[in-house]
Structures are given as structure tokens and as C-alpha cells.
Design a protein around this ligand. Structure first.
Ligand code: ATP
Ligand code: MG
Length: 388
């Protein structure tokens, strides 16, 4: 039996003139994600992306699991293809969904007729196939209101497809269809979730990590690379820019007042991330800040932090509670890595009494003894790029 994967486009269907651009991006993202699973043909018709295995060696189950993480897809199903004929659809349903029938207590047939030349109406087709299936599986009752098994028949241009209820897709927009951003990726819980949320809106991501060896260990860096790898099913391939941050922190400790350490570090992160963004055509920075979570995440601190750059800072988790962020981190699979116990560079130089409501003029005064441009340039020159 010929099995294929059907994916329904999400928000793309709402696009007007440039729908084709978004659809093409989705197709190419899907093709790239399918590469490890064999040779598949990918094409779009009627807001549905068809993924057809080209030979028996294709891993359709693996492909299906991978496609559940692709942004731009609202739902997806594995389906059996057959002739556009009511009896062919019936026989296909009996065979292809026999395990589903063995598990379910009730079922219903629903038909969609994209090909309006098909001789039966949707209702006639559903009634016919439903009646025959009910005889074939007498232990499974027909329930049109709340069926456990939804047998779906789709009559399309060239073929008909039979499948059970689709599963939910990753939603969002195809990665790369809305530009690029630099995401500041620490080893914590919040920034991987923030990265995921922005990628979901169709943004392709360049992760940046500030690394303070030897204050933070090689394992801390490995942890961030692992987190980035865990994001690739959603974000596509990622290359992490690892920025040496130790010298900046040491200089700061020599000449700046301690209560401003956190905010000064964060301003350096912004400046460096902005430079990386500009080199790469990125139009925004992304952080995992959440309002009021720590001293550096008050409105005043955020204002002082971003005052030294021109790009917008996207903070998708700004209004979320920790518990909500944790739930999302578990769902996307980054939580267990995030809670590994390696220190982040911010914690190492944490002031005992940080300023929670810093005034910009005070922060700027606290920075005056630093060679800001020189330190930024040196950090940029020392960047290590790691493809995960
Ligand atoms: P997270 O859970 O993401 O680490 P957090 O609650 O620990 O966040 P902070 O340590 O104040 O918060 O960091 C705020 C944000 O700054 C992080 O979400 C991240 O975007 C960025 N950030 C912090 N440390 C680093 C780092 N070493 N490298 C890159 N980005 C960082
Ligand atoms: Mg952190």
C-alpha cells in the first residue's frame, strides 16, 4: 500500500499575494528536514503539502516524527493513497486502519471532496463507506458526535487518501520566512524557550553564547551546545557563536562599582550581539528575560540594558510565569538539559546588592573607565563558531 504524509499549512493560508513565497519556504524546510529519512517527493496543492516516499527504504515513521516539529504546519497525518473510487477507499480503510478499529469503541467517517467532479457528494460517500465499515467491524459503533476514531476520506486531484484524525503540528510560520534574529542563549531554562518562540514566528536564528572560561567550565559550554542541538528540530541547523567574555568581566571587576556588574555585563552582551546581528543581516535580538524575575529584569534594568543599542530586543517570555516557561521547556525537550548544574557567567559575577532600578546616567558613569569599543572588538575577534 502506498503511504504518504499530508501536512496542512497553518497561517500561510491567510497570506494574500505572497502566499507562494511562504509555501515555498515551507516546502524547502520540509525537504531539508526529511533528508535523513530517505528520498521523498514534496509538493503543495490546495493548502496541503504532500510528502511521498519514493522507494521502500524510506523511513516514513521517522519522517512523520520529524515533521511534527516543523513550523508552518497546523496538522499532519499519515495517509494511504488509493484510486478515486468509493470501493477502493473502503478496502483501503479496512486494511490501513485495522489497528485503529481494533482499539476504538466508536467511529465516524468524514469525507472531503476537493475534486468536485467526483460522482458522489461528501455525505453520500461518508454514508456508503461508513455503512460498509460498520458491517466489517461490528464491535465498533457509529458515533457521529464524539467518535474515538475519525476515518477521513479525501478525494483530491489525482488520488484519494484515507487516514485517521490528524495530529497537531508545530504551528507558527516557516523558519526563514520572516527574516533572522540573534538569540542570546544561556544555559538556563528561559532562553531556549524564547528562541523556540521566535523561531516559531518564522525567524531563522543565530544563537550567541557568552562564555567565561575558566569561571564557567567547558561543560557549561557543552550544555549550551546541547541546548542548541535540541532546538534544531524546530529551528533547523544552527551555528552557535561562542563569544569569549572573561576579559570583559575581569576589566569590569577592576574598575566598575559592584552594584552595576550585572547591568554592565548585560550591556556588553547587547553590544556584541548587535554587532553579530549586523554582520549577519539580523533585524533583532532575542532574550529569555521575564519581567521581575530577577534584579536585572525590572523595566528600569531592561531599559538601561537596551539603551546602548539600536536593534529591537524581542523578549517573548516577558509576560510568562516561570511555571509556564518550564512547561514549554518540557514540551520542546530542553528542560532536562537546562537544569544540569553548570554555572552561567552572570551568576559568577553576581553583585551582592544589585541595583534593581538603575538610572541610565548612573550606569553610563559606572562604565566610563572601560575601553568599551576595544573590549567589544577583541571579543568579536575571538568568536568560535560551532555548528551543532
Ligand atoms: P535563562 O534561564 O535564559 O538563563 P535567566 O532567568 O537566568 O535566563 P539572566 O541570567 O538574567 O536570566 O539572563 C537573561 C537573558 O540574558 C537570558 O535569558 C539570555 O537570553 C541572556 N543571557 C544570559 N547569560 C547569557 C550567556 N552567558 N550567553 C548568552 N546569553 C545570555
Ligand atoms: Mg541564566
Amino acid at each position: 500500500m502506498e503511504e504518504i504524509i499530508l501536512l496542512k499549512q497553518g497561517e500561510i493560508v491567510l497570506k494574500g499575494q505572497n502566499k507562494r513565497f511562504f509555501a515555498q519556504r515551507l516546502e524547502s524546510n520540509i525537504s531539508r528536514r526529511l533528508a535523513p529519512f530517505g528520498d521523498f517527493k514534496v509538493y503543495t496543492a490546495q493548502s496541503t503539502v504532500y510528502v511521498e516516499p519514493q522507494d521502500a527504504s524510506c523511513d516514513t515513521a521517522g519522517a512523520f516524527a520529524a515533521l511534527r516539529c516543523v513550523f508552518g504546519v497546523i496538522s499532519l497525518s499519515r495517509a494511504a493513497a488509493c484510486e478515486k473510487d468509493a470501493d477502493a477507499m473502503l478496502e483501503t480503510a479496512k486494511l490501513y486502519l485495522k489497528d485503529d478499529f481494533a482499539r476504538a469503541k466508536s467511529f465516524k467517517v468524514e469525507s472531503k471532496r476537493a475534486d468536485k467532479r467526483f460522482p458522489m457528494t461528501s455525505i453520500q460517500l461518508s454514508q456508503y463507506v461508513g455503512g460498509e465499515l460498520s458491517e466489517a467491524f461490528p464491535d465498533v459503533a457509529v458515533d457521529v458526535h464524539n467518535p474515538e476514531l475519525l476515518v477521513t476520506l479525501e478525494v483530491r486531484d489525482y488520488k484519494a487518501y484515507v487516514h485517521a484524525a490528524p495530529v497537531q503540528g508545530a504551528g507558527g510560520m516557516p523558519v526563514g520566512s520572516n527574516g533572522r534574529a540573534v538569540s542570546l542563549l544561556s544555559g538556563g531554562i528561559d532562553s531556549p524557550v524564547a528562541t523556540y518562540m521566535i523561531a516559531k514566528r518564522g525567524i531563522s536564528i543565530i544563537p550567541v553564547h557568552f562564555f567565561s572560561f575558566p569561571y564557567t567550565s567547558q561543560q557549561a559550554k557543552e550544555k549550551v551546545l546541547t541546548l542548541a542541538k535540541e532546538l534544531t528540530p524546530y529551528c533547523g541547523d544552527l551555528t552557535v557563536e561562542v563569544v569569549p567574555f572573561t576579559e570583559i568581566q575581569q576589566e569590569m571587576r577592576k574598575v566598575c562599582p559592584e552594584e552595576y556588574f550585572t547591568i554592565i555585563m548585560r550591556r556588553f552582551m547587547m553590544r556584541i550581539a548587535e554587532k553579530i546581528a549586523n554582520y549577519n543581516g539580523c533585524k533583532a535580538l532575542v532574550t529569555g528575560e521575564s519581567l521581575g524575575q530577577v534584579a536585572s529584569q525590572t523595566m528600569e534594568a531592561m531599559a538601561a540594558t537596551e539603551a546602548c543599542i539600536g536593534l529591537p530586543v524581542l523578549r517573548p517570555v516577558v509576560g510568562m510565569d516561570k511555571e509556564e516557561i518550564v512547561r514549554l521547556a518540557r514540551k520542546i525537550g530542553t528542560f532536562e538539559t537546562s537544569i544540569l548544574p553548570y554555572e552561567d557567567c552572570c551568576t559568577v559575577f553576581m553583585p551582592r546588592h544589585p541595583k534593581t532600578r538603575p538610572r541610565l546616567a548612573e550606569v553610563e558613569a559606572a562604565e566610563t573607565k572601560l575601553d568599551i569599543e576595544g573590549l567589544v572588538a577583541k571579543a568579536i575577534a575571538g568568536i568560535e563558531r560551532v555548528r551543532v
